[in-house]
Design a protein around this ligand. Structure first.
Ligand code: PA5
Length: 451
C-alpha cells in the first residue's frame, strides 16, 4: 500500500488549489491514454506492467538461473536508464552487508559502463581476475560510449578467462532489436539477447529486461515487483478519480509548489538502502522535465545521515525548496535498544524501544522543523521495503512524472540536451565523422594543433 500525504505542503498546496488541477490532470491522463501527448512514440511504459506475461518472466528467470549457476559475479554494464533502475531495486532489497558476508547463494552484482574512471575499471578488472564472472550488456542505442568501453574490456577478459564457449553462455545483451553495435555483437557472437521495445525510453525501462534480468540474477522476486507495478497501473489509470489517484495528486502538488517558487525538490529517505532509488528518481524526473528552460531540480538526501551536512541548508538556506519523503512503515528486521545498568551514555530512556521508533521520531521531528522553516513537505509512505512495494513506487513515479511534464508543457520522453557533451567529447577524441566539430572545438579550446 502506498499512501501520499500532501497536508504539510500548505500554503502553496491547499485542498482548493489541488482541486483546481482536476481538469488539467484529467486532460494529461487522457493524452497519455490516447497517445496524443508530446513524445507519444515513447508511451510503451504506460501499460507495460499489465502486458507482462508469466511466460516472459519465466524466460527471464531461466536466463537468470543459468547466470546464477555459472557465475560468482555478474557485471551489469549500462548507464542512465540502462543502469539505475536495476541498481535501485537490488540495493533496496539486498542485505546491506551481503558484499562482506557472501554465502555463495547469490552472485555478486557489480556495475560498470556508468563512468569512464580508469581507476574504477582497473580495480574492477583486477577484482574479476580469476573469478567466474558474466556480463549483462545493456544499451538501447547500443552505441553509448561509457557502456561500450566497459563492455569491450569485460568481453575480452571473460573470453580469456573462461573461454569463448562459456563466455557465450554468460554474456547476455539487452538492446535494440536491429540497430547498434551491441546488437551486431550479440548476433555475431550468438549471445542470448533481449529487446528493449522501441517505444520504451531508457528511464522508463526498469520493468523491461533492462531491470528485470539483473534483479532476477541478484536473486530477487521479479513477479512481486511486476505485481506491485500492475497494481499501481490500475490505481493510477485514466478512469480513476483525480483525488484517488496518488500519482495525479503528487504531480499536481509538485506543479503547485513549482509555480509558487519552489524550484528544487529534495527526495529524502530514512533508509540507507533507498539511496539508489533516489538516484533513479533523479534521473527519471531530471531528464524528463529539465528542458525548454523549465523543470524542478531533483535533489536527494539520505537521512538522518545528511541532517548532519545538508540539514543546515534545508532548514535555513534559500527558500526555494520542498521536500518529498519516502517513509517505510515497517522494517524487515526488529532490533530493540538494550538496557544498560550503568547507563553511562544516558540512553536508558530508549531501552526496550525499536530502533525504528527512534528513526520515526527523527522523521517526524525533522518534518516539523522543516515545515516550520518554510520547507513544504510531501510524504509517500510504503508499508514495507520489498519487491512488491518497489514495483508500486516505480510505476507511481513514472506516471506522476509523465503527468507533471504535461502540466509543465515539456516532452517527457526526449533528452536533446544529453547530446551536447557527447558531440564535444567525440570531437575532442577525433572520432571519425566528427572532423568539422574537431576543427571547431580545437579553435575554441586550444589554438595549438592537436597531436
Ligand atoms: O533515459 C534515457 O534515455 C537515458 O538515460 C539512457 O538510458 C542512457 O543515456 C543510456 O542509453 P543507452 O541505453 O542507449 O546506452
Amino acid at each position: 500500500m502506498l499512501k501520499l500525504d500532501i497536508s504539510k505542503a500548505a500554503p502553496a498546496v491547499s485542498a482548493d488549489i489541488i482541486d483546481s488541477y482536476a481538469a488539467r490532470v484529467a486532460a494529461a491522463q487522457q493524452a497519455l491514454e490516447a497517445g496524443t501527448c508530446p513524445g507519444n512514440d515513447f508511451l510503451g511504459w504506460l501499460h507495460l506492467p499489465s502486458g507482462i506475461t508469466p511466460a516472459f518472466l519465466a524466460d527471464i528467470k531461466q536466463t537468470a538461473a543459468v547466470m546464477r549457476k555459472e557465475c560468482d559475479a555478474v557485471v551489469v554494464a549500462g548507464i542512465g536508464g540502462s543502469y539505475l533502475g536495476a541498481r535501485a531495486v537490488i540495493e533496496a532489497l539486498a542485505n546491506s552487508f551481503e558484499w562482506l558476508s557472501r554465502d555463495g547463494s547469490n552472485p555478486a552484482i557489480l556495475f560498470a559502463g556508468n563512468n569512464i574512471g580508469e581507476d574504477y575499471l582497473s580495480e574492477l578488472t583486477a577484482y574479476l581476475r580469476g573469478r567466474r564472472f558474466g556480463v549483462i550488456n545493456i544499451s538501447k542505442s547500443g552505441t553509448t560510449t561509457e557502456t561500450a568501453l566497459a563492455f569491450r574490456l569485460l568481453k575480452k577478459q571473460c573470453e580469456e578467462q573462461r573461454g569463448k564457449d562459456v563466455a557465450r553462455r554468460v554474456i547476455v545483451a539487452i538492446t535494440d532489436a536491429h540497430r547498434g553495435a551491441a546488437r551486431t555483437c550479440a548476433d555475431k557472437e550468438g549471445y542470448k539477447s533481449y529487446v528493449i521495445p522501441d517505444n520504451v525510453g531508457g528511464r522508463f525501462s526498469v520493468l523491461t529486461p533492462v531491470g528485470l534480468l539483473p534483479i532476477a540474477v541478484a536473486g530477487y522476486d521479479i513477479e512481486q515487483l511486476v505485481r506491485g507495478a500492475q497494481d499501481m497501473e490500475a490505481q493510477t489509470a485514466v478512469g480513476v478519480p483525480f483525488a484517488e489517484n496518488p500519482a495525479a495528486v503528487y504531480a499536481a502538488a509538485r506543479h503547485a509548489l513549482y509555480t509558487g517558487g519552489k524550484k528544487i525538490e529534495i527526495l529524502a529517505n530514512y533508509q540507507p538502502k533507498l539511496h539508489f532509488m533516489a538516484e533513479w528518481w533523479k534521473q527519471l524526473f531530471g531528464e524528463s522535465e529539465g528542458k525548454d528552460g523549465k523543470g524542478i531540480y531533483p535533489a536527494s538526501v539520505d537521512l538522518t545521515t545528511d541532517l548532519h551536512s545538508m540539514g543546515q541548508w534545508i532548514q535555513q538556506g534559500e527558500r526555494t525548496i520542498f521536500e518529498t519523503v519516502i517513509s517505510v512503515e515497517t522494517p524487515e528486521h526488529e532490533l530493540l535498544f538494550p538496557s544498560d545498568e550503568e547507563n553511562l551514555d544516558g540512553l536508558n530512556f530508549l531501552a526496550g524501544k525499536r530502533v525504528d521508533e527512534v528513526n520515526k521520531m527523527a522523521e517526524l521531528g525533522t518534518q516539523l522543523a522543516h515545515v516550520d522553516g518554510g520547507v513544504p513537505n510531501l510524504r509517500i509512505a510504503v508499508s514495507r521495503l520489498d519487491a512488491y512495494h518497489l514495483g508500486q513506487l516505480i510505476y507511481f513515479f513514472e506516471r506522476a512524472c509523465a503527468i507533471h511534464c504535461q502540466l509543465l508543457g515539456v516532452n517527457a520522453f526526449n533528452q536533446p540536451g544529453v547530446e551536447a557533451y557527447k558531440k564535444n567529447m567525440f570531437a575532442l577524441l577525433g572520432k571519425p565523422g566528427y572532423e568539422a566539430e574537431t576543427e571547431a572545438i580545437r579553435r575554441k579550446t586550444n589554438p595549438q594543433p592537436l597531436q
